[in-house]
Design a protein around this ligand. Structure first.
Ligand SMILES: Nc1ncnc2c1ncn2[C@@H]1O[C@H](COP(=O)(O)OP(=O)(O)O)[C@@H](O)[C@H]1O
Ligand SMILES: [Mg+2]
Length: 256
């Protein structure tokens, strides 16, 4: 990722306070960042620091108390068809098949069913689910369900994919496999990705850059540029271990 790429998305001083009669609760203090077109940006922060609240503001699902989001230099209010979200849980509808889940993308309501299905099939093949089109989520493993969620996000033709700890519920082996999978998918079909995790190793394995957040209320603590670490990354290499130690020492605990 060159450092001179076009800015795809900009978060400008995003803040979120939940107001209540008892006491106000600050979830996100102040986050500003820029994501370049086709960049794989990782947001890393401790549990409960405000990562999901931040991502929900970027997606337009949640209204910021202060600050704004710009996509392609235009201010966005509310949701945008340029953005799709891949969640950790509830990624797929249990009563729909892999194909039905994948072709749900909102951009596709105006095109023919046949064409929509063809696009969805292409992305199901891409994530390795050929032959599982008619399976229901209960018939799929955790990793396969996540791949349906990814195929759906791609089918929605969104330019920006937001991923909120998408592999957090998976066992360690599946998680490693999915990390390789998402990199492969992204390298073959580049999108702008904002990937949220609380896992330092996962962040270093995946990111072009890492934005490290503080504990709640979240703000940017440091940005790490990993463009000097070629992929596929070796998580026991000297360079990997060095950056891992540096981030570990710099990362807050999530505890209050
Ligand atoms: N709608 C809400 N009302 C009040 N508090 C909330 C709401 N949504 C999230 N929070 C609180 O904001 C804090 C940050 O939450 P979250 O962003 O989900 O953390 P994480 O970094 O683990 O994703 C948590 O303490 C959570 O309870
Ligand atoms: Mg979260």
């Amino acid at each position: 990722m060159s450092m001179d790429g076009k800015i795809k998305l900009k978060a400008d001083h995003l803040c979120k306070t939940y107001f209540s009669k008892k006491r106000d609760f600050d979830a996100v203090a102040d986050i500003s960042l820029e994501v370049k077109e086709n960049e794989f940006l990782v947001i890393l922060g401790p549990g409960q620091c405000g990562k999901s609240v931040f991502l929900n503001m970027v997606s337009g699902l949640e209204k910021p108390t202060l600050g704004e989001v710009c996509i392609d230099d235009e201010k966005v209010t509310g949701t945008s068809e340029k953005i799709s979200m891949v969640f950790q849980r509830m990624a797929v509808m249990p009563w729909k098949t892999s194909m039905e889940n994948t072709e749900m993308g909102p951009r596709y309501y105006h095109i023919s069913k046949k064409e929509r299905r063809k696009t969805a099939q292409g992305f199901l093949d891409m994530v390795g689910l050929e032959g599982f089109e008619k399976s229901y989520p209960r018939q799929l493993s955790g990793g396969m369900k996540q791949r349906v969620g990814i195929a759906r996000a791609y089918t929605a033709a969104s330019e920006i994919l937001l991923m909120d700890e998408p592999f957090g519920a998976l066992d360690a082996q599946t998680r490693y496999a999915m990390q390789d999978e998402i990199l492969k998918i992204w390298e073959n079909n580049k999108r702008t990705i904002i990937f949220v995790t609380n896992n330092i190793e996962e962040a270093i394995y995946l990111g072009d850059r890492i934005v490290l957040l503080t504990k709640r209320p979240a703000t940017v603590k440091q940005v790490y540029d990993l463009s000097g670490l070629p992929r596929p990354r070796n998580n026991v290499s000297r360079a990997f271990m060095d950056i891992r130690r540096e981030i570990t020492e710099n990362m807050d605990l999530g505890l209050e």
